[in-house]
Design a protein around this ligand. Structure first.
Ligand code: ADP
Ligand code: MG
Length: 399
């Protein structure tokens, strides 16, 4: 499979953001900033349980061209939408969260980040124009939302001269997503987008926010990471996601702990006797998934990426059978990839659609791609989009 070099794509997308800026706002931007989407190697639905995750930033990025204004207005434009949204910075506080429905949904992400940064004490903020363009597929479980939040946070922090670290910027993104957009997500996506490193994953403790860089070494091991975007759209704002969170909270309360992070694999036998079957299976997913993240980090460090396949497969089975967040398209992608020789495969992201990942030897990529495409056709599913992702650097000003 050939894909354009990541640096080419980034340059093209940054140029698109600049072009949009000139079209919508006139004048020249002072620069462009960008932040990546992310794929999660393992650790699903563990973040809001105070647990462990192992995401990495991908080469697909959202770029923002920024201009400085001499008034107190903020304007945002995106290649997503024909209309720019503008308002005085001073009005953001009245907009979020109560009156957020008054603006286009996409604009709540960047305006929400500005709001969160101002609410956390940013002073001396002057007016800003922001124009966005992105190469991150939307709604594919690759977190285009964290990418737009991260690009905004990075650009505003630099331009407003804020004395904040990357963790604070990730937290501003999460606050925007939770309160300005209304999606009850954890901190993983924003941390991955902020802290990502080329050829590495971020091992994140979602309780302490301690983050360690873990070398992946896919290329050196002759491996590619494929994403299979099923095209089945998911929405965090509805249904299943909230229900799963509630089940986790119920399970933690029954076990008498602050979060499922505090339940170990050895506690599961006791847990089974204390709760109904559905709650127990939700708990068992989170508890075993946390352990799988720890095992994956150790395996990567001691044996390298070819040895993590079994952990990926076990993660998928747990999400399919215990957490029940897979869909037939994701199961088909995983089963077909494994049958065609993938080292490991699993659904990634929040579930109910989105994407699967498959770790595949270079010389098997074509075979796996054909097998997954063929299995989708045989099942009557819409053809998936399959592409490789490369572990990449996090948010920052473009060169
Ligand atoms: P995901 O993060 O998995 O891609 P989400 O539903 O969390 O899916 O976030 C997608 C939403 O984020 C889009 O519907 C849009 O509102 C907003 N968004 C993402 N990227 C952009 C962009 N470049 N311009 C405008 N809005 C964007
Ligand atoms: Mg998202």
């Amino acid at each position: 499979m050939t894909s354009p070099a990541a640096s080419d794509t980034a340059a093209v997308t940054a140029a698109a953001a600049r072009r949009l800026f000139v079209q919508r706002f006139g004048g020249e931007p002072v620069g462009t900033w960008s932040a990546p989407g992310r794929a999660n190697l393992i650790g699903e639905h563990t973040d809001y349980n105070d647990g462990f995750v192992l995401p990495f930033a991908i080469q697909h990025r959202t770029h923002v061209a920024l201009g400085v204004r001499d008034d107190g207005m903020i304007r945002v434009a995106s290649t997503f939408d024909d209309a720019a949204v503008e308002m005085p910075l001073a009005d953001l506080d009245a907009l979020f969260p109560a009156r957020r429905d008054e603006i286009a949904e996409w604009a709540r992400y960047p305006l929400g980040v500005a709001w969160a940064l101002l609410a956390s004490g940013a002073t001396g903020a002057h007016g800003i124009d922001l124009a966005f363009a992105s190469s991150v597929p939307v709604g594919a479980g690759l977190s285009s939302s964290a990418a737009i939040e991260g690009a905004t946070a990075s650009a505003l922090a630099d331009t407003w001269g804020l004395d904040v670290d990357r963790i604070a910027l990730a937290q501003a993104g999460r606050r925007a997503e939770n309160e300005a957009v209304g999606a009850p997500t954890g901190i993983m996506d924003q941390m991955a987008s902020m802290l990502g490193r080329a050829d590495a994953a971020i091992f994140l403790d979602c309780r302490s926010l301690d983050a360690q860089v873990v070398d992946l070494g896919f290329d050196a091991a002759g491996l590619d990471l494929l994403v299979v975007d099923t095209g089945v759209s998911h929405s965090h704002a509805t249904g299943g996601y909230g229900e799963r969170r509630a089940a986790c909270e119920r399970g933690a309360a029954i076990m008498g702990v602050p979060a499922l992070r505090d339940v170990s694999v050895d506690d599961l036998a006791r847990a089974e006797g204390l709760m109904d079957d559905v709650t127990f299976r939700r708990v068992r997913h989170v508890v075993t998934e946390n352990q799988r993240v720890l095992d994956t980090v150790r395996t990567l460090r001691e044996q390298g990426p070819r040895a993590i396949g079994g952990l990926l497969v076990a993660s998928h089975a747990s999400m399919r059978d215990d957490f029940e967040i897979s869909v037939p398209e994701l199961d088909t992608a995983v089963d077909a990839a494994l049958a065609a020789g993938a080292v490991g495969a699993r659904m990634t992201g929040g579930g109910f659609g989105g994407a699967a990942i498959a770790l595949v030897a270079h010389d098997r990529v074509e075979r796996v791609t054909d097998a997954v495409t063929g299995a989708f056709a045989a099942s009557g599913f819409t053809a998936p989009t399959i592409f490789t992702v490369t572990p990449s650097d996090g948010a920052g000003r473009d060169a």
